[in-house]
Structure formats: C-alpha cells, structure tokens
Design a protein around this ligand. Structure first.
Ligand code: NAD
Length: 320
C-alpha cells in the first residue's frame, strides 16, 4: 500500500485539487453513484476521547474507504492538535488496502472546499462582501477557499471571542482584502455571502439580521445539539446540504425540523445544483448550505492527494 504522511500533505495538496474532488463527489452522491455508510462515533472512556469511522463508496470515482479518528481534548499535553484522523483507501476490485493518508489537514481542506462549491453555485450575482462568523482553526481555510471561487472586495467578521479576530484580519490581508470587525446585525445586512464556522450550541445569526440576497454556508454544526442559525432563518431560506439524512439529524437543519418549520423534503442536495438537475438560487432571497461533513469528502481528497504524491514520486510504498 501507499503511505502519504501528514507532514507531506501541505506541500502536495492544493485547494484547486480539493475543490475539484469535492465538486465531483457531491455530483456523484446526487446522481446516486456514491453513498456514505452509517457513521460510528463512540466515547471510548479514555482521555475523554470521541473516536469513530466515516466511510463510503464512490462508484463513479472508484473510491472505497474510511476516515478513522476523532477528538482527543487533552492532546495539548502531547503537543498535538485535538482533532486526529487518518484515511484508509481500499482497492474496490479486490478489497486490499491501497493507501493510508494523514487526514488532519485534508479535513480542513475538504470542509473549506465544500463551502466553496456552495459559493460557486449559490452566491448571489455580483456578491462583493464576504462575512465570516467564527475565527478558529477552520476559518482561515474557509476564507481562502471562498476567495478562490469568487472575487470578493471586502471581508467583514464577527466571533464570540473577539480576541481571535486577528486570524481573520491576517488571512484577509494575505488575500489582499480589507477586513472590518462588525456586529452580527451589520454582518447580516452587509455580507452577500456568509460563512459560519463556530462550535456554537445556540443561534448566533438571527433571521432579522439577514437582509438578502444572501448565501450562507453554515459549516460549524456537525453534531446533534450544535447550532449557529436562527431556525426562522433556515425556514425562510432555500436549504441545500451535502447529505439530507445528516442535515436533518446533525446539521443546522435539525433545529428547524424539530420545530416543525421545515421538512426533509424541503432540503436540496448541493450535488443536484452541480449536476444541473436543481435550478439553484434563481430569485431566492436567502440560500443556505448546511455543510455537515461526509466520509466521501475525506475519501475524495485522500484519493486526490495519493494521485499527486504518486505523480511526484513521493508516495511511500509499504508491503502489508
Ligand atoms: P476551533 O476550536 O479552532 O474554533 C472554535 C470557534 O468556535 C471559534 O470561532 C470560537 O470562538 C467559537 N466558539 C467556541 N466555543 C463557542 C461557543 N460555546 N459558542 C459559540 N462559539 C464558540 O474550531 P475549528 O476547528 O475552527 O472548528 C469550528 C467548528 O467547525 C467546530 O464546531 C467543528 O466541529 C466544525 N467542523 C465542521 C466540519 C464540517 O464538515 N461541517 C469540519 C470540521 C470542523
């Protein structure tokens, strides 16, 4: 099998390759050619860790495998980040293990690529201002990927912990964009595209904050109980997602569903917009992409980086 080490991912993987991999796999999912398997996520009763597997099979891209890993909250004492994961790919013709790939940086790149795909297909025409809610590890990746697919003129941002806003200011400067810290009501009225990527367990962006036309990539809510948006805002919007079953249970839509404001049938697959079987935003005022994060995204970027590593002669061969 081939091994691509975590330390080599940054020099091998590009945001362009991540974007193409995620756009293709969303299209394959919506066309019924790729499916995610049920997620396993367990508290192991050791080091307060949450460990699990996310797997799937993409018959269009012939990608079979799983991402294993999770969240170790005490990793600081080992000088390691708390999120740890590895992707394993298997040969779909034989079942033999084909590759082991470091999954930490890939997770950030695939998550940013997912919201960038939503921005490419759903941003209002002439969008100028990008609004960022959240200033943690993922936020810089999100901003860079958004700026790659759309020519924004300005970034505005808000974070529950204002001392972290320097990350947004520095990333905007790196992209050559002016940055302004604002309150949420201004963010909702001035931003044409909003990315939310926090660990919030309550609504931050309220319905009356958002003027429209606006596209919101809601990326932080990936677990039962997490929430970033007012359910009334979700109910007002045309909602897209990576996978409807996850959107209704662990995604942002879980709260609007629980309140009886929307039904699963009201939620659309982003892959259908990519495939052209969904009309996209049209004259809709507010669109939301409920990005929950699926295993097939991890497999898609892992496969892409293995190909890049092979082409550069940098994949290590290990007999197993
Ligand atoms: P981080 O720990 O680096 O940053 C956390 C962010 O959330 C910061 O902006 C912080 O100010 C904010 N925050 C922390 N506690 C909060 C609270 N109680 N209420 C409101 N905001 C709070 O995390 P990160 O790596 O940037 O990840 C951000 C979120 O994105 C997490 O919830 C993570 O699970 C999620 N995520 C989603 C996907 C996906 O595919 N959808 C993938 C990766 C991460």
């Amino acid at each position: 099998m081939l091994v691509v080490a975590e330390k080599d991912i940054a020099s091998l993987m590009t945001p362009e390759a991540a974007f193409e991999a995620i756009e293709s796999v969303f299209a394959a999912m919506s066309a019924g050619k790729a499916r995610n398997f049920p997620v396993v996520r367990e508290a192991i009763g050791h080091e307060d860790a949450l460990y699990g597997f996310k797997g799937g099979f993409d018959a269009a891209g012939l990608t079979l495998g799983l991402k294993a890993g999770g969240y170790w909250p005490n990793n600081g004492k080992h000088d390691l980040i708390n999120h740890q994961s590895t992707v394993f790919l298997f040969d779909p013709d034989t079942g033999r293990v084909a590759a082991a790939v470091g999954g930490n940086l890939l997770t950030a790149l695939r998550t940013a690529a997912a919201s960038a795909v939503s921005i490419k297909y759903l941003a209002p025409k002439g969008a100028r201002v990008l609004g960022m809610i959240g200033a943690g590890h993922q936020s810089a990746f999100q901003m860079r990927a958004a700026a790659r697919v759309h020519a924004f003129e300005k970034v505005i941002g808000w974070n529950p912990h204002p001392e972290m806003l320097t990350r947004l200011a520095e990333t905007a400067a790196e992209l050559g964009l002016p940055f302004e810290a604002v309150e949420l009501d201004r963010l909702g009225s001035d931003a044409d595209v909003i990315i939310s990527i926090t660990s919030s367990f309550g609504p931050l962006l309220m319905n009356d904050h958002v003027k429209g036309p606006t596209h919101i990539a809601a990326m932080g809510t990936d677990t039962k109980g997490k929430q970033e948006l007012d359910p009334a805002l979700v109910a007002r919007a045309r909602v897209y997602t990576d996978e409807i079953a996850q959107s209704t249970t662990i995604g942002e839509a879980q709260h609007a569903i629980a309140a009886g404001l929307i039904r699963a049938e009201d939620i659309h697959e982003l892959g259908a917009a990519v495939n052209g079987t969904d009309p996209g935003r049209g004259t809709t005022e507010v669109t939301i992409f409920d990005g929950t994060g699926v295993g097939l995204q991890d497999l898609a970027v892992a496969k892409a980086v293995v190909e890049i590593a092979k082409n550069k002669g940098l994949a290590q061969q290990v007999d197993i």
